[in-house]
Design a protein around this ligand. Structure first.
Ligand code: NAD
Length: 319
């Protein structure tokens, strides 16, 4: 069985797939037209990707492909509807990088509250300014509002509760194990936007969540509030967020994901939000810890093994 890996992938995982008797082609630079060409040349049965997009153009280039594995949890970079029409199954590796994203989320919250990035930048320039940086609201007793209490949302919730924060959350499904806790409340989304000192969003990118944090909802937030987005750029109206940050309608924001972020791992990046002084941004690195990547790699190997030996597809998202 031929397996094409169009991204970086754990070396142990590659050895394990080879040991199953698969023929592997790996190239982390296969994006867009290069991926289309590779699918024609290699004719794989299985394609493994991390951030590489798999759209109609790529799917049209192959007659052999049976399975696309997204080595991560979100699968909005893959045209699952088109794949289904062609009889190609798409699988993801859910939950395995959730801790990494929750850890980054907490890091961003702490960084905003204590102005850590500006602190460090000034110190590196030889500027000592205890007066400027000696101001922070602190987290204990503050209210975090989590939009989307799924795998990542719940891990952020646990960490926020360990920081002795109060928790409100909005989700279409209740998080039963949290509802009995004293300082936790499920609320409507607009209410969450009004009440939270920190809003952190963890919903999947899909039609229903596109732009759900829009100008009207950002307008409900308190002037001292922070907004954190480590899920996907599409869930937020980025222009409205820029306006709110610029006009001081909210205090600060931090994002790991952007509406028009580059597909390549290294590229130039022009966007308005990154230049704002009350914005901290990271490079879509939420899932990128060694622990998370090893776990995701192991799961992708398990999916290949099941498919090769039994023809079954674990975690199929386009059944
Ligand atoms: N920054 C990164 O590198 C990174 C890494 C992994 C995942 N992610 C993103 O995080 C997202 C969440 O991941 P997860 O594993 O927690 O997913 P999940 O499916 O476990 O949880 C998503 C939650 O959102 C809720 N939800 C869906 N639609 C909603 C709506 N309209 N209103 C309120 N709640 C709604 C669901 O009920 C669910 O509880 C992923 O889809 C992915 O896009 C980002």
């Amino acid at each position: 069985m031929k397996v094409l890996i169009a991204d970086k992938f754990d070396a142990t995982g590659i050895d394990q797939i080879k040991a199953m008797g698969c023929e592997i082609t790996q190239d982390a630079d296969l994006k867009e037209a290069a991926l289309t060409q590779a699918l024609k040349d290699v004719q794989p049965a299985v394609l493994i990707v991390r951030s590489t997009k798999v759209q109609a153009e790529q799917l049209a280039a192959t007659q052999t492909l049976k399975l696309v594995i997204r080595a991560g949890s979100g699968f909005n970079t893959i045209d699952i509807v088109n794949a289904k029409e062609k009889g190609i199954k798409v699988a993801n590796c859910p939950g395995l990088n959730s801790t990494a994203v929750a850890e980054l989320t907490m890091g961003l919250i702490l960084a905003l509250d204590r102005h850590i990035v500006d602190n460090v930048n000034d110190l590196r320039k030889g500027v000592w300014d205890k007066k400027k940086y000696g101001k922070a609201r602190g987290l204990k007793g503050r209210t975090i509002g989590i939009i989307g209490m799924g795998q990542i949302g719940k891990l952020v919730a646990r960490r926020a509760l360990a920081f002795e924060m109060n928790l409100i959350y909005a989700d279409v499904i209740p998080a039963a194990e949290f509802d009995s806790l004293e300082n936790v409340k499920r609320v409507e989304l607009d209410e969450l936007m009004k009440q939270a000192d920190i809003v952190s969003i963890h919903v999947p990118a899909m039609k229903e969540t596109e732009g759900m944090v829009n100008a009207q909802r950002i307008g409900l937030m308190q002037p001292h509030a922070f907004f954190i987005n480590t899920c996907r750029g599409t869930v937020v109206d980025e222009a409205a967020l820029v306006a709110a940050l610029r006009d001081g309608k909210i205090a600060a924001a931090a994002c790991d994901v952007y509406a028009n972020e580059p597909a390549a791992t290294k590229d130039s990046f022009a966007c308005e939000i990154k230049d704002l002084p009350n914005f901290y941004g990271t490079h879509h690195i939420g899932a990128s810890t060694d622990q998370a990547q090893a776990a995701v790699g192991e799961e992708a190997v398990r999916i290949v093994k099941e498919f090769k030996e039994k023809g079954t597809v674990l975690h199929c998202v386009n059944e």
